[in-house]
Every structure is written in structure tokens, then in C-alpha cells.
Design a protein around this ligand. Structure first.
Ligand code: URA
Length: 213
């Protein structure tokens, strides 16, 4: 974890940090699932030292099957919004607060279940460890579960929306893309436009953080 008293970050070379991240993920995966249903762990994805890391809730059905974060409907919406905000997905790091898909079988369908605060807390060591190694300039909480994981507190997303800081990490709070998919059709365009505005502000903040002082 970043040193909370000095703000120091992991200063190892990118190769050493990439190896440490692979080790962290392997260790987490070997621990097995801490949510009902979860079978395989879905790791974070993206470059080291990115301008932005996005933290979601947990992998969904598509992500579990492909073992990649944000590849289902919410991921497609996120990709489109990132493009419109001038951010490329491949330049960013994408991960989740909870690394396993929590679900319940209903007939033949796997139905997403929201993780409890205790389950989110359980995975914090993994998320914090990976962010220390990845070293994004800015960390974005997508929705309530990510906000809980990053802040350690239950906070309302809409009232927390905007700039944030967690244990010395510059952050930003916005909605989860799946909440836009669930929004009634008549207000969905406005919700989507607000999300793109947030992402454009995230890009500007990350650019400002990258400027030499
Ligand atoms: N929702 C999330 O929070 N994360 C994913 O990876 C996919 C959907």
C-alpha cells in the first residue's frame, strides 16, 4: 500500500512492478473466491503508469467467461463514453473492487448479486496492492462498491460525484456504467451525457496531474 505518512509510492522499475503484479494476482487467485458463486478470478487489465485507473464493482457473466474486466454491456458503454471523452481504453487500467463474479443460479441463468460490505473489505488488500504497483495518476470509482472499496466508507455516489482523494491517491467519483443501462429510456441520454462529461473532466485532471511542477 502507498505509504500514508509520506505519500511514497513503489519506486521499483516497471519490469519489477509487472512481475510483482503478476505475483499478487496469482496469490489472490490461489486464495479462491470469497463470494458465493465466484469461480475464477478476473484480473485488472492495462498498462503500468496509466493516466487513469477505473475501478468497477465485480466481473459480470461475460467478464467471468472471458476472464477480462468490462467486456460485457457495461464495458461496451464505458468504451464508447471513454472514446467520446477523449480517453482510449487501452491507455487506461481497468479493474474491479471484487475479483470474482458473485451470482445466484435462477434456472439456467447466473444472476448478479451485489457484494456485501464485508466481501468488498475482504478484497481491499488486492485492490490496494495492485494500485500501488500500477501507479495510475488518477483512480476513478465507478459506482458505490468501488467507492466503498477505495474510501473504506459507505458513501452516496451522487453526492460524492467529482474529485476525491483516498489515502493520498488522487481520485474521482462517478456512476457505474450499468446504472446508465438501467436508467429509464427517457432520461438515459442525459445520464449518459453526464457520464461523458465526468470522463472528460477525469481526462483533464489526469493530464494536469501529469504536468511537471
Ligand atoms: N461491471 C463491473 O463492475 N465490472 C466489470 O468488469 C463488468 C461489469
Amino acid at each position: 500500500m502507498a505509504d500514508e505518512t509520506t505519500g511514497d509510492h513503489d519506486r521499483r522499475s516497471p519490469d519489477d512492478r509487472a512481475a510483482a503484479l503478476a505475483g499478487l494476482d496469482a496469490h489472490g487467485a490461489a486464495e479462491g473466491s470469497h463470494v458465493p458463486g465466484g469461480t475464477r478470478a478476473v484480473f485488472g487489465e492495462g498498462p503500468l503508469d496509466p493516466p487513469v485507473a477505473f475501478v468497477g464493482e465485480q466481473p459480470g457473466d461475460h467478464e467471468d467467461l472471458e476472464r477480462r474486466p468490462f467486456v460485457g454491456p457495461a464495458g461496451r458503454l464505458l468504451d464508447r463514453a471513454l472514446g467520446e471523452a477523449g480517453l482510449a481504453r487501452e491507455d487506461c487500467y481497468l479493474t474491479n473492487a471484487v475479483k470474482h463474479f458473485k451470482y445466484e443460479m435462477r434456472g439456467k441463468r447466473r444472476i448478479h448479486q451485489r457484494p456485501t460490505a464485508g466481501e468488498v473489505r475482504h478484497y481491499r488488500w488486492w485492490l490496494e496492492g495492485e494500485l500501488d504497483l500500477v501507479r495510475p495518476r488518477l483512480v476513478v470509482a465507478l459506482g458505490a462498491t468501488a467507492l466503498l472499496a477505495l474510501s473504506g466508507r459507505v458513501l452516496p455516489v451522487l453526492r460524492s460525484r467529482g474529485p476525491a482523494e483516498w489515502h493520498g491517491r488522487p481520485g474521482w467519483v462517478t456512476v457505474h456504467p450499468s446504472s446508465i443501462l438501467r436508467t429509464p429510456a427517457e432520461v438515459r441520454p442525459a445520464a449518459y451525457a453526464a457520464f461523458v462529461r465526468d470522463l472528460a473532466a477525469v481526462r483533464e485532471r489526469a493530464e494536469a496531474l501529469g504536468e511537471p511542477r
